[in-house]
Design a protein around this ligand. Structure first.
Ligand code: SF4
Length: 265
């Protein structure tokens, strides 16, 4: 008699996996292999075949962008708003709340503080989660090195939108309340206060549907093809480690993507 089939667990994914895949599926594959090596001492097998045909664009379609709200200036919260979650492993987060408005949820204060979505096989850590008026939850991602002027011209903003949608879903799964939107807060790398701003990325049915589509697309992709392009490769960490044989540009450092986007404006 045949043994009953064993269910194969869905591939574990994170918001960073989605962002990397959206740039270059092979980058995501190399990053996952490196993380496995760091955790176990042995790199995971990379599924990209040797005879892969590089792509011009990632197979992942862009998320909905029509209702994204762009705000110039300094982000400020009200006296009734509270900080309920903070990624303790990030050491350059902005101070947005006085001590009396910090009420970190004890469920997420034990390392590694991941927000987990068992239904979608998805986990990660927003930089911050804010409870507006003590209730409405908003995840916030901070981009310290991204100048803000010219939202739509900058190459990296679309990737930030992917991350915001993913963080909204994790907050919904972990806190049991669905955020209406997530925030991407852009820092002022020039230091003169002129380039700050933030973006509100809605999280409705269209965005939740896009996220399910994205996770399905990544898991169904058995090839994880490279997308060699200067805009991708110059800031690609596996390229910096000499791991990619398809690279279209020399590695220029971790902040290259942000700086390149700012310079193109
Ligand atoms: S170097 Fe370029 S092609 Fe290679 S993994 Fe990185 S982004 Fe993809």
């Amino acid at each position: 008699m045949l043994a009953p089939p064993v269910a194969v667990p869905a591939e574990h994914l994170t918001p960073h996996d989605l962002v990397a895949y959206f740039r270059c599926p092979h980058e995501m594959e190399l990053e996952k292999s490196r993380r496995h090596r760091d955790a176990t001492g042995v790199p995971a097998a990379v599924r990209t075949p040797a005879d892969v045909v590089p792509l011009r664009h990632s197979p992942l379609l862009a998320p909905p962008l029509g209702a994204v709200r762009v705000n110039q200036g300094r982000l400020a919260f009200g006296a009734g708003d509270q900080l309920v979650y903070e990624d303790a492993q990030e050491d350059d987060l902005p101070v947005l709340f006085p001590p009396e408005q910090i009420r970190l949820d004890p469920r997420f204060r034990q390392a590694p503080e991941n927000l987990v979505d068992p239904a979608l096989g998805f986990a990660g850590r927003p930089d911050l989660v804010v409870a507006l008026a003590g209730r409405e939850l908003v995840p916030l991602e901070y981009k310290a090195t991204h100048l803000f002027v010219g939202y739509h011209e900058a190459h990296g903003r679309l990737f930030d939108t992917v991350q915001a949608i993913a963080q909204c879903r994790l907050v919904e799964a972990a806190f049991g309340r669905r955020p209406r939107y997530g925030i991407i807060l852009y820092g002022d790398a020039a230091g003169d206060g002129l380039h700050e701003g933030w973006v509100e990325v809605p999280y409705g049915e269209a965005e939740a549907g896009w996220l399910r589509y994205a996770l399905t697309t990544v898991r169904a992709d058995a090839v994880r093809a490279p997308v060699p392009a200067e805009r991708n490769c110059a800031g690609c960490a596996p390229n910096g480690d000499g791991l990619c044989r398809y690279a279209a540009a020399r590695y220029e450092g971790p902040h290259h993507r942000a700086w390149a986007a700012a310079l193109r404006r």
